[in-house]
Design a protein. Structure first.
Length: 298
């Protein structure tokens, strides 16, 4: 559990500094103590150095304000690291709390009882992405009766609705494709390098996308109106990082999204049932209406 305690300490330090305005060492120390973690100034200085070197998150001390802040001048993905921290910390807490229990189902329920398939490939995929190695896949789509072989340049991994997907350049099709890790039958790193430029923009392609269905379409402004009660839910669990609140009162909660329209967006809208109304664009409004007509006819 030593590694878990270190990761948990890193997480607490970053979280406190990120959520506060120039907290002093004493502020950080008090925060950690409230979470059953003690730290000395020397240990914290060593932790900050490790966080900078290992995670690329630059935490700086401002003498004028007598406190710490996260330096965002450098392009770091600390939000992603925080997500990994959260998962690691939660896993450690569950393991520590329930280590002597043979039946954890008495205390905790997961969204699905099924094991997430394909996670055994993640380490190899991440290695191939980092080292620019081509990957040979044996892959089977849901619509196919048998798997097929293909060679790809891996770009990045994305999670959506409890499944993991690999976004990659397909050499045969000369285009990007999305591969569900649970559909991979075999995976081999070829040892042959690929040009980094092939995948340098693939992550940006999904920045304006809900889910994993992407296209070359431009993002559009999507205006949605919810009833106030549903608005509270949408406010705490945004549909997308571009979500901007237009109206928030006793009669309506209205938001604006800037996303690429796709299948997942439509599904997210439909999942809100009668509590949502598409305001703009008009073509999406009509599309949702037509889907609802077909649902009623069935």
């Amino acid at each position: 559990m030593q590694i878990y305690r270190i990761v948990n300490r890193y997480y607490l330090i970053i979280n406190k500094i990120k959520s506060s305005s120039f907290p002093s060492f004493e502020d950080v120390q008090e925060y950690l103590i409230s979470h059953d973690t003690e730290i000395s100034l020397r240990t914290m200085q060593r932790d900050l150095q490790n966080i900078r070197n290992e995670l690329g998150i630059d935490i700086v001390y401002n003498k004028a304000k007598n406190g710490y802040f996260i330096n965002t001048e450098h392009d770091t993905d600390y939000e992603y690291f925080m997500r990994f921290f959260e998962m690691t910390v939660m896993s450690g807490k569950l393991t520590e709390t329930l280590k002597n229990e043979s039946d954890i189902s008495k205390y905790i329920a997961f969204d699905t009882a099924e094991t997430i398939s394909g996670l055994e490939y993640m380490q190899k995929i991440l290695y191939a992405i980092r080292e620019n190695f081509q990957i040979r896949l044996k892959y089977q789509r849901f619509t196919d009766s048998s798997p097929f072989d293909t060679t790809i340049a891996p770009g990045f991994l994305k999670e959506y609705q409890n499944r993991w997907y690999l976004i990659a350049w397909n050499f045969d099709l000369e285009d990007f494709r999305t591969y569900g890790l649970d559909r991979i039958k075999e995976l081999e790193i070829t040892g042959e390098n690929f040009d980094k430029d092939l995948v340098k923009n693939c992550k940006d392609m999904f920045d304006s996308v809900i889910g994993v269905s992407s296209s070359l379409s431009k993002p559009e402004l999507i205006e949605l109106s919810f009833d106030p009660e549903q608005g509270k839910y949408i406010k705490t669990l945004p549909l997308h990082h571009t979500q901007a609140i237009i109206t928030d009162n006793e009669t309506e909660f209205r938001i604006l999204l800037k996303v690429v329209p796709n299948y997942e967006l439509t599904q997210r809208i439909l999942s809100q049932g009668e509590r949502v109304e598409v305001i703009k664009p008009e073509w999406l409004r009509e599309e949702i209406k037509e889907i609802c007509r077909k649902i009623a006819n069935r």
